[in-house]
Design a protein around this ligand. Structure first.
Ligand SMILES: [Ca+2]
Length: 101
């Protein structure tokens, strides 16, 4: 019996180990071994950019974007001011597509 003053984590892990103990007991008693499913989350892309266009793909213009933050994220994913291969920051101030702001 846990003290009602036990920290939340303690209760959570006590429940967790209780479940493991029940599974181990069931397996020891001849129950089929439980199936363990491991879900692996996809690793994020190196840039973190998740927009609709490929930053290293075909040339894009400011008109391809519906809002400024999408354009800026794309511009940064494509290399930002160091390359600006899509020419989204013509005044070279690090801010892409001012007309969309
Ligand atoms: Ca600019």
């Amino acid at each position: 019996m846990l003290s009602p003053h036990a920290p939340n984590n303690f209760k959570k892990y006590a429940d967790y180990f209780g479940k493991i103990r029940r599974i181990v007991s069931a397996v020891a008693a001849g129950a089929p071994t439980p199936t363990v499913v491991i879900v692996v989350a996809p690793s994020p892309s190196t840039s973190g950019y998740t927009g609709p266009y490929d930053p290293s793909g075909p040339d894009r213009d400011c008109g391809d974007f519906s809002n400024w933050s999408d354009a800026q994220a794309f511009y940064e994913a494509a290399g930002g001011p160091a390359s600006d291969r899509h020419d989204l920051d013509r005044d070279r101030d690090g801010i892409a597509c001012e007309t969309l702001r």
